[in-house]
Design a protein. Structure first.
Length: 331
């Protein structure tokens, strides 16, 4: 369950002091200046996925500042990604100023000075990525802070969609799923930074490979599920189907082709076991996710040059039939 902190039960006179405590305690030490004579209630709902800290914030007009004094007293450094949902924010850092409207997001670095001003009631969701776990260069971050990212541009669109959905569903994650979802978020952020810094062709595939390995692990643990599909795999990892296909393109294959090859290999091995002769070819195929025996027979023959039954007979002592070294093909 998320930790919810709110100033709503307090009188207007007490809200300013309490809100400053809530903001600094949840995020990091900062100065908070509320712009209303009678402060509106503010609420922060926080949760964690591994080391990723997620906070949903709603409040009234205010200005927050991170100063040298705050930084010197705080040894925690974070990359903060804020998805703006209501209200418009003006952000300043590293000599730049940008305006972040609803549907857009921005990046801030807690290790340097920044200022954020919002002159109306607002709502946003922020994601705090520990800097020591986000392996990007400092000069790259300096070039991207206080920059407006829209949700309609390449990797930025993917990041915005993924983070928004992850925040909505975080409460239902168990620890394992939560850590896997957070790890993908780290990968996507590095990919976005690399892309904006002109390195999408170099480190991008290397970073995405980590996501690909997590997807493959999920597929192997669910290989016998006949309903395993790109859409369900993407949903389990909180990514788009388009991005999932791009991950497999890194290895020159397709999602469906890779799944089929893994299923065929498991069937090929199991068909040679003594118990397979008792349960039958169809049962073995079904165990590994093939619904139609005739379809299984066709793809098995296409991959290995013989039918499943011929493969079984060949595997018996003293039997010889065809070429056993042929690797599966993807069609």
């Amino acid at each position: 369950m998320p930790l919810v902190l709110s100033t709503e039960p307090l009188s207007a006179a007490d809200r300013a002091e309490r809100w400053h405590e809530v903001v600094s305690g949840t995020f990091m030490p900062m100065d908070v200046n509320l712009l209303e004579k009678q402060p509106s209630p503010g609420t922060i709902a926080s949760s964690r996925l591994g080391t990723l800290h997620i906070s949903r914030v709603q409040a009234g007009p205010q200005v927050v500042r991170r100063s040298k004094r705050h930084i010197s007293r705080d040894d925690r450094t974070s990359l903060i990604v804020s998805l703006q949902q209501r209200g418009t924010a003006t952000k300043e850092q590293d000599g730049r100023e940008s305006v972040i409207a609803p549907g857009e997001f921005s990046i801030s670095d807690s290790s340097r000075l920044f200022r954020i001003k919002i002159e109306e009631e607002f709502a946003f969701t922020s994601f705090h990525f520990p800097r020591e776990e986000l392996h990007v260069r400092d000069e790259d971050l300096r070039a991207l802070t206080a920059t407006t990212f829209t949700s309609e541009e390449g990797s930025a669109a993917l990041v915005a969609t993924y983070l928004a959905r992850m925040a909505r569903e975080a409460e239902g994650f168990d620890d394992s799923v939560g850590r896997r979802a957070a790890a993908t978020a780290f990968d996507l952020m590095v990919m976005l930074i690399d892309e904006r810094r002109g390195r999408s062709a170099s480190r991008g595939p290397h970073v995405a490979a980590a996501s690909l390995e997590r997807v493959k692990d999920h597929v192997m643990r669910n290989l016998g599920d006949p309903d395993l599909s790109p859409s369900r795999i993407a949903e389990a990892h909180f990514m788009s189907v388009r991005y999932l296909h791009k991950l497999f393109e890194l290895e020159g294959t397709t999602v469906g082709g890779w799944i089929r090859a893994q299923r065929l290999e498991r069937c090929r091995r199991e068909l040679l076991r003594p118990m397979a002769r008792d349960v039958g070819v169809a049962a073995v195929a079904q165990r590994w996710g093939f619904v139609s025996p005739s379809h299984f027979s066709r793809v098995f023959r296409a991959a290995y040059g013989m039918t499943p039954r011929e493969w079984q007979l060949q595997g018996r002592p003293g039997a010889h039939c065809g070429n056993t070294d042929r690797a599966p093909t993807e069609k």
